[in-house]
Design a protein around this ligand. Structure first.
Ligand code: HEM
Length: 248
């Protein structure tokens, strides 16, 4: 049984690594497949707005997609028309649909936001046709990534690696079940499937301080790991109990 759990964990991590690499490669692969991409300027892209041209194009991280078949989302007056005819990369993660300037700039986004951005790039690659590249922040006139884009790609690569590390930690230290009510305060407890991780052990609740995280989360921890430096006991809770109560 331990063998099966370990095998499953390794498989999950390998899948995560495979797909994260895939996501980043997707920012480069088209030139290799089809030679020179069609290059858009800010002005030429702005014409694909469903009015000047009947087509609807949008750009994310400088990649231009034909989203005409998503007319109900992107057409004039539709909820996501904001994205049309321009590159508003940043607003795919900050949800600011009023953005007027530097909307393609992702400087300062967190690792999680950069990963979410890659999910959007994957979404467009999987669901719509990529028709070219936008000359500007991410690509030069030849369609080569700009120094800015290369720097962002490095940050994304790092963010994707962090995710695989987070996945590993989630399997090793699954989350606790949690409930709160006014009289009892917070109740945390471990079961053999808390945190969505089915396993052959239960563990005890501990405050887990993930490397780099600002705050702690409740993790179910096996005896062999309870003395690890990033674990802290819940005050007033028996160190061997599978549940703890605390006021918060
Ligand atoms: C950062 C915030 C958000 C962004 C950037 C965003 C973006 C989008 C985009 C681009 C689409 C169209 C996808 C396609 O091409 O098929 C979409 C669809 C959709 N969004 Fe959002 N969205 C956001 C927040 C929300 C929120 C808060 C809700 C719900 C309250 C929501 C509900 C939906 C629904 C229901 C659809 C699908 C509509 C359908 O299939 O008819 N979105 N979103």
């Amino acid at each position: 049984m331990i063998g099966k759990v370990a095998l499953f964990s390794i498989l999950a991590i390998l899948i995560a690594i495979y797909f994260s690499g895939d996501a980043l490669n997707s920012l480069y692969d088209d030139e290799e497949e089809s030679g020179k991409p069609l290059m858009f300027t800010t002005e030429s892209l702005s014409e694909f707005n469903g009015k000047i041209s009947p087509k609807l194009y949008l750009s994310i991280m400088g990649l231009v997609f034909d989203v005409s078949k998503g007319m109900k989302h992107y057409g004039p007056g539709a909820s996501y028309n904001f994205f049309i005819g321009k590159d508003t990369t940043r607003n795919f993660v900050d949800g600011n649909f009023e953005c007027k300037q530097n909307c393609d700039d992702v400087t300062g986004l967190s690792s999680q936001e950069l990963r979410s951005l890659m999910d959007w790039v994957k979404f467009y690659k999987n669901n719509y046709d990529e028709v070219g590249k936008l000359i500007g922040k991410y690509y030069d006139i030849e369609g080569n990534p700009t120094p800015y884009a290369k720097n962002i790609h490095k940050l994304i690569e790092r963010a994707l690696k962090e995710e695989t590390e987070e996945d590993r930690l989630k399997l090793k230290y699954p989350g606790c079940n949690m409930e709160w009510n006014y009289e009892q305060g917070t109740h945390v407890w471990c079961t053999d499937q808390s945190g969505g991780i089915k396993r052959n052990w239960i563990g005890v609740p501990r405050k887990f301080f993930s490397p780099g995280a600002k705050d702690h989360r409740c993790a179910c921890v096996r005896e062999q790991d309870i003395n690890s430096s990033n674990m802290k006991e819940y005050e007033g809770c028996d160190s061997k109990s599978t549940e703890c109560f605390f006021k918060q």
